[in-house]
Design a protein around this ligand. Sequence first.
Ligand code: NAG
Ligand code: NAG
Ligand code: NAG
Ligand code: NAG
Ligand code: NAG
Ligand code: NAG
Length: 643
Amino acid sequence: MAAMLRALFYLTILFNIHFSLAQDENQFIYNGFQGANLHLDGIARVHPNGLLQLTNTSKNLKGHAFYKIPLSFNSSSSALIPFPSFSTNFAFAMVPEFPYLSGHGMAFTISHSMDFSQAVATRYLGLFNFTDIGLPTNHVFAIELDTIENPEFEDIDDNHVGIDVNSLKSVKSAPASYFSGAEGKNISLKLINGEPMQLWIDYNAPQKTLNVTLAPLRSQKPNRPLLSTAIDLSQFLLEKMYVGFASATGSVASNHYVLGWSFNKSGPAQNLEISKLPPVPSHKKRSQNPTKIIMVTIAVILVLIMVIGAVYFEIKRRKKYEEVREEWETEYGPHRFSYKDLYIAVKKVSHDSKQGMKEFVAEIASMGRLRHRNLVQLLGYCRRKGELHLVYDYMSNGSLDKFLFSNEKPNLSWLHRFRVIKGVASALLYLHEEWEQVVLHRDVKASNVLLDADLNGRLGDFGLARLYDHGTNPQTTHVVGTVGYLAPELTRTGKATTKTDVFAFGAFMLEVACGRRPIHLQGQTEELILVDFVLECWKRGAILDASDQNLEGNYLAEEMELVLKLGLLCSHSIPAMRPDMRQVMQYLDGITSLPEIQTDIGVFTSMFTSNEASEFIMSFPSSYGRLSAHSLSSNESILRKGR
Ligand SMILES: *[C@@H]1O[C@H](CO)[C@@H](O)[C@H](O)[C@H]1NC(C)=O
Ligand SMILES: *[C@@H]1O[C@H](CO)[C@@H](O)[C@H](O)[C@H]1NC(C)=O
Ligand SMILES: *[C@@H]1O[C@H](CO)[C@@H](O)[C@H](O)[C@H]1NC(C)=O
Ligand SMILES: *[C@@H]1O[C@H](CO)[C@@H](O)[C@H](O)[C@H]1NC(C)=O
Ligand SMILES: *[C@@H]1O[C@H](CO)[C@@H](O)[C@H](O)[C@H]1NC(C)=O
Ligand SMILES: *[C@@H]1O[C@H](CO)[C@@H](O)[C@H](O)[C@H]1NC(C)=O
């Protein structure tokens, strides 16, 4: 009897609890799910402390939890009962197996059926399968908390909240975040951070608007929703619908928990009582080891990459500095450099023949004996497969043309320019007349003039062209030089003389004084011939108009006039009319004054333009192999420049 009474007593208590939790099918609240009226399937279970666990870290499994009693939504029988508004909120937590990897997410779900046996886990979240996804007959509405970016469903990222109708291709979605009124800005949330959060879903049936709002568990409900959209749920939901949660794992898995849930069709859902909610188990210990393993793996891979990289670069480095060395070269020992020492080098001459190399190197050694303060000293050479490198003194300020034509260097004052012109003139005089044999330069131009630390001009690449003549058939003609600096007779006969050097020097003087190249393109097609331009200014009685505008008139007028007129004189089309370098020096030093110069057009001329010049590029003596020759532009040398 007592036992029976006691049994009845317990039964009454049980009934009361049940009743108080869900008196009304239109509203319920669960602060923890002890004794909750839930239908569970898959791996979903309620822990003794009331924690609802939808999934654990077992792979490719589903878990569902639905409120057992169907709720009436779309009353088709009577138009008098309108589609209800509803409001719900729940607390959840996602505790992943690995800190940065989680699958596949969970969804608050309103469905016409609780039977999801045909649905698939993984990215389908246990809601759909391959054949029924997207079908209007599903009658499934869901708010997904998606932690994997899935291109098939056009997911925006791997951490978002989305509104889904009959499909997992969201109607609308947003990266997980909440609006903080205190801070006045959105704050991002990582869904899989293991911390409990709350989600609110509010549907206003008359207005047909839906709000979804996310926040950390202990925050107030933000006054701005994360998602807000116009949607008519009456189009999708049937009369009897079940509300609950679906979740699934894939090849990566996460513990998905629901801590508490309130639902209301009669007004705003009550707030959960946070103090009553079950705690979320910590999985930190489990997740530490995999982290460590990942870190160690990454470290090992990095070390491997570094070792492989070091070996690769060492092989590459050796290859890069590989040189050609032959027995006979020991004789020229002091003139030979290691390629590594001069990789910042100098002048590269291609050769693909061994023939004549010996003579060539002998010439270089001989050129190395040339000494003048306005010559760049040739120090020696280096040989590699198919390449010969000539080593000159390093000139810290680079070439003169950079100062004249590019903005990367400061403007050069007239004082410096005039000094450079005189210096180059004296170097040419030395080559032509003062050394033991006549050395022709054959490529005088601003880019072959280098400036030392004190901005003194030093002529580079001297004598190099002469080497090409060595031991060759005198019948062979070959032009060496640069278009715009080539004397007219040189292009006809191919025979270089001191006067062809003087012609080039004339072009060089005009270049320095005017700050323009001998031939340069004006606009699209028109070429400006510098000689013609200076001549025109002169005939107008305003030769100083030709001076470089960057100088802004800061020059000695007599010096400028002298350089311009002397430049023209050196550009005379008749070689005999050009002064020699000794006379040039005397004019520049003011020892002799300039003769009268005829200013007829046609007397001074660069004779041809760059297009015509290409015909004059000839083969080089075969005994030295084929030196690299290629088509010319007006400021390109026939000798290919090294680095
Ligand atoms: C997940 O839950 C299922 C069902 O409760 C259980 O069989 C399985 O061992 C659990 N897996 C893990 C990793 O705890
Ligand atoms: C997909 O689910 C539907 C029920 O929604 C079922 O009729 C169908 O057979 C399932 N398809 C597959 C391939 O399992
Ligand atoms: C959705 O949020 C907006 C902006 O806060 C608000 O004006 C509107 O009333 C909300 N609607 C519902 C159904 O809660
Ligand atoms: C905050 O996020 C919402 C939803 O993504 C967006 O509409 C809103 O412009 C954001 N507000 C600020 C201040 O960034
Ligand atoms: C819901 O009810 C409305 C009005 O009775 C009806 O037009 C609509 O088709 C219903 N929706 C569904 C999915 O049956
Ligand atoms: C539902 O809304 C009504 C009216 O605002 C309120 O009295 C009731 O407490 C709410 N119930 C729940 C479970 O939110």
